[in-house]
Design a protein around this ligand. Structure first.
Ligand code: T5A
Length: 217
């Protein structure tokens, strides 16, 4: 499934600053003359956004880890087929907020689903398709959750539809996520760049831009 564009993903725990940095990188690349598509998971297509609503909203239900994983890959199949792969085939840069590493971290390391089962589903649904470059945002969970809750408090009007189902898990869960993401990065050092998300917005943006431009050369 290789294609001429570049597929970049942003990963990490809650409130680490991914969305902020995706917007800055997209602007920097667009200003430099590249064609850029930004998207997110779960979501990115009408079908996948419907699945997102099932999973991330406060009253989103009590899915088992396997059920959650299957829903995430159902959404991902549609997203890759309708948005990501066509843009890559046109030579565009696709920047995605979360992808399969989030399933490994949340459903695998966090909720205890066997990692080899996740890889089997990944292989069966996407033939193992994945990003060329991944930024893994690392932050102390308390700091990330406090950033998230500040943002939610500023934006949220309807509590039932608040997308904080995973944010409401306990700190031990978020620590497992953090260690999971770090282990994923350690296992694939060529693809994954760990970002110290405690830094200032400007410092992090500069590091991400430099790494991305280095990959594009
Ligand atoms: N999920 C997803 C799974 O369980 N499995 C999967 O396979 C997938 C794909 C998705 C949820 O679904 C789960 C994981 C998630 O729980 P999401 O929308 O991606 O939800 O969730 P979040 O990561 O929680 O998104 P957030 O928007 O909360 O966090 P971001 O995008 O990391 O952070 P951002 O940029 O919105 O920043 C948060 C706040 O911090 C400030 C910002 O201004 C904002 O107010 N901020 C900073 N403050 C200080 N210093 C910095 N450097 C800052 N950068 C940003």
């Amino acid at each position: 499934m290789s294609a001429p564009g570049l597929f970049i993903t942003f990963e990490g725990g809650e409130g680490a600053g991914k969305t902020t940095q995706i917007n800055l990188l997209a602007k920097a690349l667009t200003d430099a003359g590249h064609k850029v598509v930004t998207t997110r998971e779960p979501g990115g297509t009408i079908e996948a956004e419907k699945i997102r609503n099932l999973l991330v909203q406060r009253d989103g239900g009590a899915w088992s880890p396997m059920a959650e994983c299957l829903l995430l890959f159902a959404a991902r199949v549609m997203h890759v087929k309708k948005v990501i792969q066509p843009a890559l085939e046109e030579g565009q840069i696709v920047i995605c907020d979360r992808f399969t590493d989030s399933t490994r971290a949340y459903q695998g390391y966090g909720r205890g689903m066997a990692l080899d089962k996740i890889e089997e589903i990944n292989a069966a649904t996407l033939g193992g398709f994945g990003p060329d470059l991944t930024f893994v945002f690392d932050i102390n969970p308390e700091a990330g959750l406090s950033r998230s809750s500040r943002r939610l408090a500023a934006e949220s009007l309807d509590l039932k539809q608040t997308e904080d189902r995973f944010e409401n898990m306990d700190i031990a869960f978020h620590e497992k996520l953090r260690q999971g993401f770090l282990e994923i990065a350690k296992n694939e050092p060529e693809r994954c760049h760990v970002i110290d998300a405690n830094g200032t917005v400007e410092k992090i943006a500069a590091e991400i831009e430099k790494t991305t431009l280095g990959t594009l050369k």
